[in-house]
Design a protein around this ligand. Sequence first.
Ligand code: ADP
Ligand code: MG
Length: 408
Amino acid sequence: MRFIVQKFGGTSVATPEKRQQVAQKIIGAQAEGFAPVVVVSAIGRTGDPYATDTLINLAREVHSDVPGRELDLLVACGEIISGVILVNTLIARGHPAVLLTGGQAGIITDGNFANARIEKIQPGKILEQAKAGNIVVVAGFQGVTRDGEVTTLGRGGSDTTAAALGVALDAEYIDIFTDVEGIMTADPRLVEDAQTIDVVTYNETCQLAHEGAKVIHPRAVEIAMQKNIPLRVKCTFSNEPGTLVTNQGELAEVTGIQSDRLITGIAHISGLSQIKIFTKNYPDIKDVQMKIFKALALADISVDFINIYPHLVIFTVRDEVGPKTVEILANMGFEAEIQKECAKIAAVGAGMTGIPGVMAGIIEALTKEGITILQSADSYTTIWCLVQNDDMAKAVRALHRQFGLNKA
Ligand code: ADP
Ligand code: MG
């Protein structure tokens, strides 16, 4: 069978009219000869009656410390509700369909509630239902442990479900349908004239996603990449081709030449605190550095953007855990300086490798706008800058312009 996995996000299934458009995409794929396996997210966003956050708030109204196991059981209902409604929409249009929960679809995870990892997929039931001629709808974002406990996969989990099913079924395509035209050169909510990227490599997409481009979850990209399954990001509400995510070789084939773009896109993450520890007064510096990161790991604080110098350690944490980080460090005898409300901007592009002057271009663009760079780092394909939250939008727009990413 020619499988295609089609994932529809929360905004795509939010209203009856939108669900008709979703059904149209599924029926269209079927007409092209595909066996569609459809992954759905919960309906809508916070405030909508069956959205994930609405369900969480409902439970927390009673007592804020909901056990992880029960919380997962609760939020897993969001995708099940959404799935049933979609199945019924398809049936009403004369297309037989069934809904499978994550567990029924054979998605086996570890037991890490709220952030479970898929261990394997046993697609027996999906195959059975597809062979019987049914459109198979799978509730996204959820799985089941070996001993039957319902788990969820964390934010963006439906993307991961779709990618994992695509690999397990050896699908021809994994299509991620959303409310924008594809992966764009920057978040269109920030940059009005951002453009849709036609083709992009798995690696660049993964980088952009890690650095805050929330249009796709980085884990989903990694999974699709393992088996080289073409991933497409498309809009539910249009017929544009969207973005094709593929490997370097195929990218060259599609574009005809080795891509000459320096920067592919700009991503951003806000709500970060920069922590600075002056370690000059401590004799055994290596020991100090190790102690700091061990203590933070033990407290489950994830640190990012780490720069280590002989007399200085700098890193970022999420704003929420900033005060706790400072406290832990103080208890260890370290005095830390904290700068709250920062944002990390990342310029990503495989084309920058070995090309001089990219960093100079970034500095030029930001200083022209009067933006202070608090910290920076670079790798082969990404350059990062930390700025104040207040400068974030201006910084993203400045870099977007600097590298000619605006619509012509
Ligand atoms: P879904 O509900 O379909 O999963 P998400 O809200 O998770 O949708 O992701 C889509 C949103 O991602 C878009 O509305 C857009 O604002 C945002 N986004 C951020 N960065 C990018 C980018 N580089 N390209 C496209 N969309 C982006
Ligand atoms: Mg999403």
